[in-house]
Each structure stands twice: as structure tokens, then as C-alpha cells.
Design a protein around this ligand. Structure first.
Ligand SMILES: [Zn+2]
Ligand SMILES: [Zn+2]
Length: 161
């Protein structure tokens, strides 16, 4: 019963809110909303069985433990890392901020992803996004190197040729 009521009221609510907009703009907004809904559903799909993580098979990710008694920094399987992250997100979907997973060394839920600087002369390990939200997440706070930026520059050069 409640389900039917929502279905009836929804288009009217949309019309009231976007009543001043041309029809094409409304259609655009609805298409974007639907696209986002599909994307969210796909991302948190429980039935996929984690097969979408197979692309990370064999890749490694750097992690660091925030537990002051541990503070270990090590590499772990990227697929395993994202499996843990997904599990964590499912358990507490409303929690904000970086996802902490269980540390393999001390067993505390205080492990987070870090980035190793791609500059061979530096190699600093730092928190992802240390350079701020407006910069590349892998920008090194020490030497300002960013692998993402370098990859993009190289891709742009290849296109230019
Ligand atoms: Zn630990
Ligand atoms: Zn660096």
C-alpha cells in the first residue's frame, strides 16, 4: 500500500520542484538521477560475489596501521583489501571518512590505504589524498610527485603525436 502511494506522489513532487524548467531539462535531470541510482545499486550489489574485484588479482596495495602500538606499513593483496573494504561498508554504510579494515599484524580495525611515492629518489609513504581534495590523491607531500599526473601527461603526449 505504502509502495503504491509513493509511486503516485513521486512524479507530482518532481513536477512541483522542477515546474519552472523546460521539459528537456527535466528529462535530463531524471536521466542523471536514474543513472546514479543504477551506479549505486551496481557498486553495492551483494549478489555479485566479489567477482568484479577479480581485476585486482595479483596487484598489491600499500597499507598502514593507525594503531599506535602497531604502526606497521606493509603491502597486501589489492583484491583482498577491497573485499575487506566492501565488507566494512556493508556493515556500516552510513559511516563517513576513510574506511578502516582489520590489520593483519595486530588484528585491530585500524588499517587504511597509503600511497608510496612513485619518484624513485623519494619513496615516501603517505596517506592517500595528503595534498588536499583539489589535488591528485597520490601527490607526494614531500617532493610533489604524482604518478597519476605523470601518467596523464604521458597519455596526452601520446595523443599529440
Ligand atoms: Zn596493526
Ligand atoms: Zn615523493
Amino acid at each position: 500500500m505504502a509502495e503504491d502511494k509513493r509511486k503516485v506522489n513521486y512524479p507530482f513532487a518532481m513536477q512541483a520542484r522542477f515546474g519552472g524548467l523546460p521539459k528537456s531539462a527535466m528529462v535530463g535531470i531524471i536521466v542523471v538521477c536514474l543513472g546514479l541510482a543504477v551506479l549505486i545499486l551496481y557498486t553495492f550489489d551483494d549478489t555479485s560475489g566479489g567477482s568484479d574485484l577479480d581485476v585486482f588479482e595479483g596487484e598489491l596495495v600499500w597499507v598502514r596501521c593507525a594503531n599506535p602500538d602497531c604502526r606497521q606499513t606493509y603491502q597486501m593483496d589489492k583484491k583482498k583489501y577491497f573485499e575487506q573494504v566492501q565488507k566494512q561498508v556493508r556493515q556500516s554504510p552510513a559511516s563517513m571518512g576513510p574506511v578502516l579494515i582489520v590489520c593483519e599484524k595486530c588484528g585491530k580495525p585500524s588499517l587504511f590505504e597509503v600511497v608510496k611515492c612513485g619518484n624513485p629518489d623519494c619513496g615516501l609513504i603517505f596517506r592517500r589524498g595528503a595534498a588536499g581534495a583539489m589535488d591528485f590523491a597520490d601527490r607526494c607531500p614531500k617532493c610533489r610527485y604524482s604518478q597519476t599526473e605523470k601518467d596523464r601527461e604521458e597519455a596526452a603526449r601520446r595523443r599529440g603525436r
